[in-house]
Design a protein around this ligand. Sequence first.
Ligand SMILES: *Cc1c(COP(=O)(O)O)cnc(C)c1O
Length: 382
Amino acid sequence: MNTKVSTTEKLTALLNDVREARDSFLGYPVSKDFNYEPLYEFLQYPINNLGDPFESSTYKVQTHEIEREVVDFFAKLFRANPKDYWGYVTNGGSESNLYGLYIAREMFPKAMVYYSESTHYSVKKNIHLLNIPSIVIRSQENGEIDYTDLEETLKFNRHKPAIVLTTHGTTMKEAKDDVSRVKSILRKLAIHDHYIHCDAALAGSYGAFATPRVPFDFVDGADSISISGHKFIGSPIPAGVIVTKRSLRDRVSKGISYIGSLDTTITGSRNGHSPLFLWYAIQKMGVEGLRARYEHSLEVAEYCKHELLKLGINAWTNPGSITVVLPKMPSEIKDKWQLATEENITHIICMPNVTKAQIDAFISDVEQVLPMQAELEEPAYY
Ligand SMILES: *Cc1c(COP(=O)(O)O)cnc(C)c1O
């Protein structure tokens, strides 16, 4: 048996499947419009960013300097104090959230965590891993945290330090919790021992450009912010960034002589290629390029919403969001366009690679199943 041929055949078939799947999805927040060809050569090296990117280490096949530049870029975008920030490139938004909660717990071991019903599933697991007591806060209809419920719940527990996990762009409706409002509730209740982690997986990369801008960054009151790198920026390998304050990191750092560095990150060995991809993308785009990507997405989202409304489908967006929320679709549409569905809604996420032509193709598919859609639609959820 010639195994070589079958390996090649298998790879070719797999490549075709992956390509085909990539070309028809509108339901997940993943950019596909990247070209990292100039970096391919780096795949031939065992790059490992083990240790703290801001400290020297014994292992030199690494991209720490590039990684620091990625952190610098986001720290600036999130208006961190230039003299007091720190961060690293993680394996994704989930690890970034774990890190934010980890630092928060180290600061306030007796704290309670508050997060809304619309919070990403990774957060519940992280809270469980860290064994922190928590309370779920109601969400408003648009997916944003219910500030009244938050205030009342905090008031009831005001003798305990508070960790509030806010979301800047919830998974289904891309709702954004107002960090300054959360901060002022904490102040009003005189809860001095508090920590705010902002999960900005998708929308953190463009939150600074939105008008009106929903408060979410360090100036607004966040203590740490996480994003996913493979979402709005785009990367062949899932990646994320966590940005926090250097002074907070110092509380969890331990020197490890074996690696000649500080053990401040969740994993030991760390992906050294991901920082390269993110760095290359932000070098190419710059802040203005990122803004242009956002504006394009916003325009396509508005277009998509209006086309759906024209068909009599109840589509809507949160202000400044690139996610169009609509009633759930029949399975042919859901499967073909890979639409994530929860309860009775689904969404189209207008990532930078999504074009009006793709929206037109989607709309024409929807038009054909309209009679079925009428049966599916449940009465007045929105
Ligand atoms: C995607 C997402 C996450 C998880 O990020 P990964 O990069 O998939 O680990 C966390 N929170 C929100 C709001 C997300 O959209």
